[in-house]
Design a protein around this ligand. Structure first.
Ligand code: COA
Ligand code: AMP
Length: 628
């Protein structure tokens, strides 16, 4: 097998001189002041990119395209089968809305460095709020709508926003989710209170506004004076995005302005092969990193048309919804999670619905958020006859670590592999002592420092947490938390997390935080949550609880209460629907719960009895529970 020569050349260019490589890529961004150093190793946890440079990310996403004469080009197409509407915003229109919202936020006191929490469904105003915050040099923190009030509260408490932008409701199939009661409850729970909330009233539900705190979004926009772009140091934060960590407390991943703009601008063409004027669709949610990078910033930095979709892969109205969107908007490249393709495949295994639509515009399908299982990749490949590219990354990195590259000619299709390292990442599998493993050996996938531009330089006001979470296990390396192997071709195979994080329908969740909720139930003595294999969602959480001595209640009642409790504390997105009462949990003699063994039994795999087990009968009981 031979490499596409230009991948090898680009990777080699980067390896030989990273500063020159990134300085060349940075030419794609408009700078107010050029950097003093492409990379300054003396700053931050491992150094910082484009130190001394000044720019404004919103300017690079909007103003410069309008100034270049592309104001009439579509920037954002909001396609909502939930409301049966399609709304197109040209670059000029999106700029107009953003300038006004920036003005409205400024009139509420938001200035450079202030935080703005955005708790919104998939409406265009969510993207506009992100851009408006960037315009002011403020720092946004978007919270996914499927989280419960307590999760929102913990993010408000940590980010300490001056203003929160929210909406009256979100729309899920068959139900209207009232956001305002969740927001009010979160503000009550949080020790930090915002100065003001801007509430978008949607026709499906009107929210009662609290005088003195809440402001009507539309009225604020009407009254607003358009605001210009505030120059921001390249190393200043653009946003904080909270993600699941190995404890119940979410981690606030910081993204800087300069490195982020350069990395995303570069990735749009190098990885995905799209450029100015191309129509690009990421079917995800702005609450996740995929939505930040590839619904909003990446495509707009590059001058593409980005489709923002408020709907599901199935049921809105059927499993042909994605094909309808591709045909209607002439989408060139689609990016989504494998779970969405599995959902479609389940309902339309022959792909009959694809034949109702003209999919000739589609050139490639990119998948991420979880490993794409080979049967799904092969099904999609045979159906479209177009490249299906699995690529691996995480909230912390902000853009892909490994991928297939349309700019260089894609690698041969290897279903189950996540592609090869992007220029910028020196990736290796390490053993537990930090020794670099040979090709084909499984280990801790780790990145040699420094991380490239765009990767989170720290956690929000928690440098020490960043070091201990990612940098301290293997000095000189960033530990991704994923296990995997690099094969002899250089292709990377990601096997799964080495910590308690699970991926449910492409959503990153912590089993530790679910265990905290289960443990808080008055009848529970101890518990374990694992991610069991799930046909549709990849993984699904499953809880096992031991009841306190003397508790003699129907197990079904306790299980129902536990399911309700996780939904109330973490939110529906946890998809926690399976709780089982057991007599005991398998443990080592030192008292560590053998979660790996529980998971293997739940998945119907062999679970050898570990030599350190305290009581082997506990495994037999679990096997009996699963009919093994
Ligand atoms: N606001 C409120 N509730 C939400 C929500 C939101 N933004 N997003 C999801 N939920 C709810 C769902 O309605 C569901 O509620 P239920 O338990 O009452 O049915 C629950 O959270 C779990 O959602 P999900 O895991 O997404 O399951 P689903 O059955 O609704 O949909 C898929 C399954 C596969 C169709 C869906 O997960 C999907 O489209 N995934 C695409 C992948 C994706 O966007 N990944 C993001 C990272 S790339
Ligand atoms: P998130 O931070 O939500 O993007 O989740 C990141 C985690 O999802 C990674 O650490 C992986 O465990 C998993 N993940 C994302 N994309 C892939 C992929 N293409 N292949 C395997 N795992 C993936």
């Amino acid at each position: 097998m031979t490499d596409a020569p230009s991948y090898a050349a680009a990777y080699g260019d980067w390896m030989r001189d990273p500063a020159a490589y990134w300085a060349a890529e940075a030419q794609g961004i408009d700078w107010i002041r050029s950097w003093d150093k492409v990379f300054d190793p003396s700053l931050g946890a491992f150094g910082q990119w484009f130190a001394g440079g000044m720019l404004n990310t919103c300017y690079n996403c909007l103003d410069r395209h309008v100034e270049a004469g592309r104001g009439a080009q579509a920037a954002l197409i909001h396609d909502s089968p939930m409301t049966d509407t399609v709304t197109t915003f040209t670059y000029a229109e999106l700029l107009d809305r953003t300038e006004r919202l920036a003005g409205a936020l400024a009139s509420l006191g938001v200035t450079k460095g202030d935080r703005v929490v955005i708790y919104m469904p998939m409406v265009p105003e969510a993207a506009i709020a992100m851009l408006a915050s960037a315009r002011l040099g403020a720092i946004h923190s978007v919270v996914f709508g499927g989280f419960a009030a307590a999760e929102l509260a913990s993010r408000i408490a940590d980010a300490k926003p001056k203003v929160i932008v929210s909406a009256s409701c979100g729309l899920e199939p068959g139900r209207v989710i009232q956001y305002k009661p969740l927001l009010d409850a979160a503000i009550t729970l949080s020790p930090h209170k915002p100065d003001a909330c801007l509430i978008l009233q949607r026709p499906q539900a009107q929210a009662a506004l609290t005088p003195g705190l809440d402001h009507d979004f539309a009225a604020a926009m009407d009254a607003a004076v358009p605001h210009g772009c505030v120059p921001v140091p390249a190393t200043d934060p653009l946003y904080v995005l909270y993600t699941s960590g190995t404890t119940g407390r979410p981690k606030g991943v910081v993204r800087d302005n300069g490195g982020h703009a350069v990395a995303l601008w570069n990735s749009m063409r190098m990885i995905y092969g799209v450029d100015t004027g191309d129509v690009w669709w990421t079917a995800s949610d702005v609450g996740w990193v995929v939505g930040h990078s590839y619904i909003v910033y990446g495509p707009l930095l590059r001058g593409c048309t980005s489709v923002m979709y408020e709907g599901k892969p199935v049921g809105t109205p059927d499993a042909g919804a994605f094909w309808r969107v591709i045909a209607q908007h002439k989408v060139k490249v689609l990016f989504t999670a494998p779970t969405a393709i599995r959902a479609i495949k389940q309902q339309d295994p022959e792909g009959a619905l694809t034949r109702r639509h003209d999919l000739s515009s589609l050139q490639a399908l990119y998948l991420a958020g979880e490993r794409c299982d080979p049967p799904t990749a092969i099904w999609a490949h045979e159906l479209f006859g177009k490249p299906i590219v699995d690529h691996w990354w995480q909230t912390e990195t902000g853009w892909p670590i490994t991928a297939g590259f349309r700019q260089f000619g894609l690698f041969p299709f290897k279903p189950g592999s996540g592609g090869r390292p992007c220029p910028g990442y020196d990736l290796h599998a390490l053993d537990d002592n930090g020794r670099v493993l040979s090709a084909g050996e499984t280990g801790n996938l780790s990145l040699r420092l420094p991380l490239p531009p765009g990767c989170g330089p720290t956690l929000w006001q928690n440098d020490e947490g960043y070091r201990t979470s990612y940098l301290s296990d293997f000095p000189g390396w960033y530990r991704t938390g994923d296990a995997g192997v690099v094969d002899s071709d250089g292709d990377v195979w990601v096997m799964g997390r080495t910590d308690d994080i699970i991926n449910v329908a492409g959503h990153r969740l912590s089993t530790g935080s679910m265990e905290e909720v289960l443990a808080s139930h008055h009848d529970v003595a101890e518990c374990a949550v694992i991610g069991a294999r799930d046909e549709l969602k990849g993984q699904a959480p499953m809880g096992f609880v031991v009841l306190k001595a003397g508790v003699n209640r129907p197990e079904a009642d306790v299980a129902a209460e536990l399911i309700a409790l996780v939904r109330e504390r973490i939110g529906p997105v946890a998809a926690f629907k399976d709780a089982r009462v057991v007599a005991r949990l398998p443990k080592t003699r030192s008292g560590k719960i053998l979660r790996g063994s529980i998971r293997r039994i739940a998945d119907g795999e062999d679970a050898p009895v570990p030599p350190t087990i305290e009581d082997p009968a506990a495994l037999d009981e679990l096997r009996a529970l699963f009919g093994g």
